[in-house]
Design a protein around this ligand. Structure first.
Ligand code: MLT
Ligand code: ZN
Length: 455
């Protein structure tokens, strides 16, 4: 297999070195075995086709690999697969000013798209803490969301076309940058969020838009979760929000310690809401803030007066993941309807408290989208494996609560290996059967990312 791969690619672009296998064989999850048999670095679409065809004839499996920032083990190679890294397919290929569409290779880092858009007087709005390393192919494969979804939507909303190599090694050009295209099933949207189980995304057409107006950031202290929704409703009546995030006091405590940041407010609250809105909406925002204080929903608040202050307030939210990483959290990325969030949080706190009263929960996330990140922290004395075993034992209880509210066990991180065995809590048996049939059609020999997404 290795010799044949070396014939397809130059030998220096096929690696079996231990360090390379460890590095490219994993994502940001840390609880799965990492055991690929090789890592390959194609430079062209034709090379991706050749690798895929070889996998079909030789009977080995492939794991697509982007910036490896995933949190659901969608890009972990645990069973001797060949990892296909897109690090060398990292060019922006084309930009059309009239269409406001750029075409890039899958390995382009998200932040490079942000910078390119800015250089051209435009804006690519999909953004998250890992945008300095995550790659467009991975964003498409997971339909990545992030911190601006309330205003701009998910990656899906910005993909005008895709070039993919299916699991059978066929090249498909999907939608070709068109705005309108009513010619049946939109396979582009099938590939978005398919987590590398149907084929490789090798190129993407991304839409760009007008740059946002100057913005303000507010952080508000809120003691009761249900009041955060009253605050959201009040602000949305008069203010166009570009973010409405939340985090708990525990998260503030961890992030301020880890990054040596100032606390946002003098007083402390159980929760904090972070809002971003256009500076021109400052007066209505201040009126909404006044009403929120008068109603007893908000105890205190701060609004940025400069770009630097806005960045400092955002750091409180964006630094949470790295600040709790040393506590190897059991991570969950859950969605319910926005109006259901407070009740859902109560359900979860109650269940975790009942089953494991010694475990601490760090809450944060995109409450304006109904997407909460539930991170259960490992107590200092407990071994990592024992901790994950306890959490895994609790998972069905947790997902039953999600299912009871018609929610999703993965809002934006994807299913990967982490949530694969729980898919039934969010998808019906009929849906899962249809998904299998779709996979069979695009990847008949099952070479694409086996063991991910589908149970
Ligand atoms: C975030 O919202 O910060 C990301 O989804 C990362 C995480 O959940 O840790
Ligand atoms: Zn998130």
């Amino acid at each position: 297999m290795i010799v044949k791969l070396e014939k397809v690619l130059a030998p220096h672009r096929v690696s079996t070195a231990r360090d390379d296998l460890d590095n490219w064989g994993r994502d940001w999850t840390r609880s799965f075995v990492v055991a690929p048999s090789a890592v390959v670095f194609p430079e062209t679409v034709q090379e991706v086709v050749a690798i895929t065809r070889l996998a079909n004839t030789e009977g080995f499996a492939l794991v697509p690999s982007g910036g490896r920032t995933g949190l659901s083990a969608g890009a972990v190679a645990s069973h001797g697969e060949v990892v296909v890294s897109f690090d060398r397919m990292n060019r922006i290929l084309d930009f059309n000013e009239t269409d406001r569409v750029l075409r890039c290779q899958a390995g382009v880092v998200t932040a490079k798209v942000h910078a390119f858009a800015e250089e051209n007087g435009l804006f690519y709005p999909v953004d998250f803490s890992s945008s300095g390393s995550s790659q467009i192919g991975g964003n498409v494969a997971t339909n990545a969301g992030g911190i601006k979804v309330i205003r701009y939507g998910m990656t899906r909303d910005w993909v005008a076309g895709l070039k993919v190599v299916t699991g059978a090694g066929e090249v498909l050009e999907l939608n070709r940058g068109l705005v309108k295209n009513a010619t049946g099933y939109d396979l582009r949207h099938l590939l978005i969020g398919s987590e590398g189980t149907l084929g490789f995304v090798v190129e993407a057409d991304l839409r760009l838009t007008e740059p946002p107006a100057p913005s303000r950031v507010m952080v508000l202290g809120v003691d009761r979760m249900k009041d955060i929704l009253s605050v959201l409703t009040r602000f949305q009546a008069d203010v166009t929000l570009s973010a409405f995030e939340f985090f708990s006091e525990l998260a503030v405590e961890r992030v301020t310690r880890h990054r040596t940041l100032a606390r946002p407010l003098e007083s402390s609250s159980a929760f904090y809401a972070l809002l971003e809105f256009d500076a021109q909406d400052e007066s209505p925002a201040l009126a909404a803030f006044g009403d929120s204080v008068a109603s007893g929903w908000v105890s205190d608040g701060v609004m940025s007066q400069s770009e630097a202050q806005a960045r400092a307030l955002w750091a409180l939210r964006e630094g949470i993941t790295e600040s709790i990483a040393p506590e190897t959290p059991y991570k969950n990325d859950l969605a319910v309807r926005i109006s259901d969030v407070p009740g859902f949080l109560d359900d979860v706190e109650h269940a975790v408290g009942r089953i494991y009263p010694d475990l601490e929960i760090c809450w944060f996330g995109h409450i304006g989208d109904g997407n909460v990140h539930l991170n259960i922290l490992k107590p200092p004395g407990l071994a990592v494996t024992a901790f994950y075993e306890r959490c895994d034992a609790m998972a069905p209880e947790l997902f039953k609560l999600v299912a009871a509210r018609g929610g999703s066990i993965s809002a934006e991180h994807g299913v990967g290996m982490l949530k694969r065995d729980y898919l039934e809590f969010s998808r019906s048996a009929a849906e899962i059967e249809i998904m299998r049939a779709v996979k069979e059609a695009l990847d008949p020999n099952g070479v694409m990312n086996p063991g991910k997404l589908l149970p």
